[in-house]
Design a protein around this ligand. Structure first.
Ligand code: ZN
Length: 491
């Protein structure tokens, strides 16, 4: 292993934690990635308009504002696509319509439902707030605005131990009963005056609505959250037609451990991989393949949406790249045979308090490098060929890798690789970064692993994999882009 000095771990972590804090929903995560792509000079494409693509340039397209695909056209003719796919969503509580629920005419709770399979307990007894998107009526139709109430607003209180002495022996959480956040106390108060609707940029500024926005307490009656969101967004409540609102954990990401070995934050699964993929993508100079940074939505609920891994989004984009470059359908299929995909979704590290939950011989640890995931029943796509190709890429990048398999008596999870493979059938490897407490609203990971994945992604995106159709593959490394010569510094 070469010197690790070239990995700017601290810098990468600070940037990652800022990205995570700023991405309380999949919509915010995609908006932040769009900003990074714009800053790097990539051009926005729209699915509803014709695409004309030029060699040497980079492009991106979004779907539902919650999934994103970015790619670069190499200067010379390309053989295939080098894809890294991750997901933008995390398990969370979604606010239902008409959410205010009174208790004894004294408290108001919000009615919420589960999105995905979260750990329930850690959502309790900590400051929470809401973020997401609203859809607002305009003169000619509707427009979307991101919203984030940027203050401590809600709490889901536990029941005292005195009222459930057995809770520490295990508790079955009822999402309709136990997980509703406390929102307000009933009492007097004046309604806020309405404001004019505006979808302009100026309306995005934060307003501490309800508490000190206009000096008057908010009436916690029906529609109080709607009015709070309207004030935050700077629009008239009557002009909001609908919204996708999610709870988020207010605790900011941090670095911890005796020597700062760990990072902890909300949404590490899977924005840690999405961020590393984007950093590698921005740093890579493509040679003989099209690098594709792909972030899909709805992995936590099975991927079967218009913007999920089971959708045609990735396939549509790859086919349009192919036809915009003047290629036939046969040439598109030939390119798929010389393509490679990395399905990047976080992995389980050996747990310090539960080390026997991990496989006896394949034991990934935080800071041990990228985890390659195997499953005999193909819940993970990795096979000996894709595993070997990815190991070669890690070696070329000079980053460590380790192996995950489930214990043979445990089912384990699944991810987006094999689902995506039903639409875009390319050789795929499933990988992730090792973490603890997956699907908690505050997860823990290694302080080194993000930088390792970004470096491997950079090599992946600059490489071409040529499939010979007989079980042999050629890996074409870019000239003058040996990662050992310090290209990392361009990140
Ligand atoms: Zn995940």
């Amino acid at each position: 292993m070469m010197s690790e000095k070239r990995f700017a771990f601290d810098e990468v972590n600070q940037e990652l934690l800022a990205f995570l804090d700023d991405s309380p929903s999949s919509f915010h995560a995609v908006a932040n990635m769009v900003q990074m792509l714009e800053d790097a000079g990539l051009t926005r494409l729209k699915e509803g308009q014709p695409w004309s693509l030029e060699p040497g340039k980079g492009y991106y397209v979004t779907r539902n504002d919650s999934a994103l695909i970015a790619f670069k056209i190499p200067r010379k003719d390309f053989t295939g696509f080098q894809i890294m796919a991750s997901h933008s969503d995390s398990p969370v509580f979604k606010v239902k319509a008409s959410p205010e629920m009174e208790v004894d005419k004294h408290y108001v709770r919000l009615n919420v439902e589960r999105y995905g399979g979260m750990l329930c307990a850690p959502w309790m007894d900590r400051p929470l707030s809401v973020a997401g998107r609203i859809v607002v009526q305009t003169g000619s139709g509707v427009c979307t605005k991101l919203v984030k109430i940027d203050r401590d607003l809600l709490v889901i209180p536990n029941l005292a131990i005195h009222m459930n002495r057995e809770v520490n022996d295990g508790y079955k959480y009822n999402a309709q009963k136990d997980m509703l956040p406390l929102f307000a106390c009933c009492g007097g108060g004046a309604k806020e005056p309405d404001r004019d609707v505006s979808c302009g940029k100026g309306a995005d500024k934060a307003v501490s609505g309800g508490r000190d926005g206009a000096g008057k307490p908010e009436e916690p009656s029906k529609g109080a959250l709607w009015r709070l969101i309207a004030r935050e967004a700077g629009v008239d409540p009557k002009d909001i037609l609908d919204m996708d609102l999610l709870l988020y954990n207010r605790m900011k990401g941090t670095v911890l451990g005796l020597n700062g070995e760990f990072i902890a934050s909300a949404r590490l699964d899977d924005l840690q991989c999405a961020f590393a993929s984007l950093k590698g993508f921005l740093a890579a100079v493509p040679a003989e393949s099209v690098p594709v940074h792909c972030v899909l939505d709805n992995e936590e609920v099975g991927s079967t949406t218009r913007q999920g891994a089971a959708s045609t989004f990735l396939k549509d984009v790859l086919m349009r790249i192919s036809s915009a470059m003047g290629r036939s359908q046969e040439e598109y299929l030939m390119a798929l045979a010389s393509s490679f995909m990395v399905s990047a979704d976080n992995a389980h590290s050996v747990h310090p308090n539960q080390p026997d939950k991990a496989d006896p011989t394949n034991r990934p640890y935080m800071n041990g490098g990228i985890v390659i995931k195997y499953s005999a029943n193909q819940k993970y796509t990795t096979d000996a060929i894709s595993g070997a190709i990815f190991r070669t890429i890690c070696r070329r990048a000079g980053v460590p890798y380790q192996i995950f398999t489930n214990r043979s008596d445990m089912l384990g999870g699944s991810t987006l690789g094999n689902i995506s493979g039903t639409q875009v059938a390319v050789s795929t490897v499933d990988i992730g970064l090792p973490q603890l407490a997956m699907h908690s609203p505050y997860e823990t990971a290694g302080a080194k692993d993000t930088a390792y994945l970004a470096e491997a992604a950079k090599v992946l995106f600059a490489t071409a994999v040529r499939g010979n159709g007989d079980g042999s593959y050629e890996l074409v490394w870019p000239e003058g882009q040996d990662s050992h010569n310090g290209l990392w510094q361009t990140l």
